[in-house]
Write a protein that binds this ligand. Structure first.
Ligand SMILES: [Fe+2]
Ligand SMILES: [Fe+2]
Length: 300
């Protein structure tokens, strides 16, 4: 499939003006659990691009280099578009600054250019470790992307169409580039068994970290939501209620991604449906709106 098209960023345009704070009507828990994406991705995806830039000189394969550059373009677009949502949340009275400052610290300092806590690792080893973390995160973004493309219950809940489009456009590109971070890690990660052991370590650190950040983020958003004014708390019960309605992925869908990734012969090309992703990208309103704007600008 890789030879048939190039991975490249798409121009998109989202208009947040009419998106309500609870963009899934009457479902604040599902709304805010999904909103955690906007808290983590602007800093997280910016960090992906930074680490990949550092690793580019190690790439000795032309096809991979093209994929990696396309991946970097897509991730930096995602990061920018999610940061616009944060601005929109702030305009509606939900300030996410205190949370995102911690996320910035995680990516800029704990996972920054040098190992934290005075850890004595070579530059090369520290880079390889960070690449293994990116590959592990991308396992989850592929699973979530596949989920959001298939989540018919979300449509039935009549969510804000702009937010649903953002999630599906992003999810579809995650499915489209699902193998790139893994291939990059395999290419730059040295040789087995150290490479395979580090791949497992990357996942062993990433999965609990994401789980923790997600719970903390959902709790933060619900606590600071001016519409809820403290009437609701984030709880496993409310979360599972939203899962049962099909508004969030099941624990099994998320959890099974880990042992699958741990298999020695694993490759992410088996995640999700590339056809479904490309079909969505061909019709995404945000992509069409941006294409229309470009067309209009050319005519004027
Ligand atoms: Fe992304
Ligand atoms: Fe991605």
């Amino acid at each position: 499939m890789r030879d048939r098209y190039r991975i490249a960023p798409r121009r998109v345009s989202f208009d947040w003006q009419h998106t309500p704070l609870h963009w899934i009507p009457d479902e604040p828990t599902a709304t805010h659990v999904i909103n955690v994406l906007h808290l983590l991705l602007p800093a997280g995806e910016r960090w992906f691009v930074k680490v990949f830039k550092e690793a580019l000189p190690l790439v000795r394969d032309e096809a991979l280099l093209k994929d990696v550059k396309g991946f970097m373009g897509q991730e930096s677009t995602h990061s920018v578009q999610h940061s616009y949502v944060l601005r929109h949340l702030a305009e509606q009275g939900l300030d996410t600054g205190p949370y995102t400052q911690r996320v910035d610290f995680l990516f800029d300092v704990l996972l920054g250019d040098r190992p934290p806590f005075g850890l004595r690792l070579s530059e090369r080893e520290w880079l390889r470790f960070r690449l293994s973390v990116i590959a592990a995160v991308e396992q989850f973004t592929a699973v979530l992307g596949d989920w959001v493309l298939r989540a018919d219950s979300l449509d039935e809940a009549e969510p804000d169409p702009v937010m649903l489009d953002l999630l599906r456009w992003h999810g579809a590109e995650e499915v489209e580039h699902r193998s790139v971070a893994f291939d990059m890690y395999q290419h730059c990660g040295g040789s087995d068994p150290a490479r395979y052991a580090r791949r497992l370590l990357g996942m062993a650190i990433t999965a609990p970290m994401l789980f923790y950040l997600w719970g903390w983020g959902a709790g933060y958003l619900i606590r600071h939501d001016p519409w809820l004014a403290g009437r609701l708390r984030y709880s496993l019960r409310e979360h599972n209620r939203a899962v049962a309605k099909g508004l969030l992925p099941t624990w099994r869908e998320l959890g099974s991604a880990v042992p699958r990734y741990a298999r020695r012969s694993y490759h992410p090309s088996q995640e999700g449906s590339l056809r479904k992703a490309l079909d969505y990208l061909a019709t995404s309103p945000a992509a069409r709106a941006a294409a229309g704007a470009v067309g209009r600008a050319a005519l004027s």
